[in-house]
Ligand binder design. Sequence first.
Ligand SMILES: C[S@@+](CC[C@H](N)C(=O)[O-])C[C@H]1O[C@@H](n2cnc3c(N)ncnc32)[C@H](O)[C@@H]1O
Length: 235
Amino acid sequence: MSVEESKQPWPTKDAMEQVYTNHLWGGKEYDFYSGEGSYVPEIVNPYIDVLTSFLTSFERPLVVCDLGCGDFNVGQELVKYTQKYIAVDIVADLIEYNKTRFKAENLEFHCLDIAKDDLPVADCAIVRQVLQHLSNSEIQSIIGKLSDYKYVILTEHLPEEDFVPNADIISGQGTRLKKGSGVLLLEAPFNLKVKNEKELLSVNVDDGRIVTVFYEVKLDAIQPLVRILKQERGG
Ligand SMILES: C[S@@+](CC[C@H](N)C(=O)[O-])C[C@H]1O[C@@H](n2cnc3c(N)ncnc32)[C@H](O)[C@@H]1O
């Protein structure tokens, strides 16, 4: 049995709390730090540019839900282009801290586990460098809810070369890169069904690339209804 196989998974909430408490993604000078991917200008600036273009292309500004918003160094730049910006994260202290630092009339923060909890209603979900840290079973449960959004903008850290996607990991600080893998939602075992797909951005980094993809998600009218009925029956 490999070390990975013999590891007992922690609850994701505990793992993410530990990441922030012990500064496992660096940034000891910050109270909360979501990692280099949220700060390095070569990574962050082009992302903010493409997201700004996307969000300002609508006549009626979108309601956006940022799933796994982290320290909000990136999200804070997008709030002004939205009708409403709902930012959620699993780490309660981080959300409380964000509430004191970032204030706008159209901005809300909520502490939610996006794999377990019901998600806020919005036009567009932003999921930036979150799924890469989660196990396949958690990703599967999140995907079930993504089809409630018209648009999904997903950012993932991927290996450089051709790779076998979606190797499973234990949720936590690390990513699939250590297994030479990365998350591709349209591939097995997830097989997300979408109407449209477009790569918006790919930034090369030392150990791969950080890729942002736009999905117009296929709205299966029955799916949200089935989930509501299941919830009402306690299932
Ligand atoms: C690498 S950080 C990225 C933060 C932000 N999206 C960004 O790009 O700057 C990943 C974030 O996802 C959050 N997260 C991980 N699993 C989550 C879950 N199940 N529910 C909500 N947030 C989660 C972590 O707490 C962390 O803040």
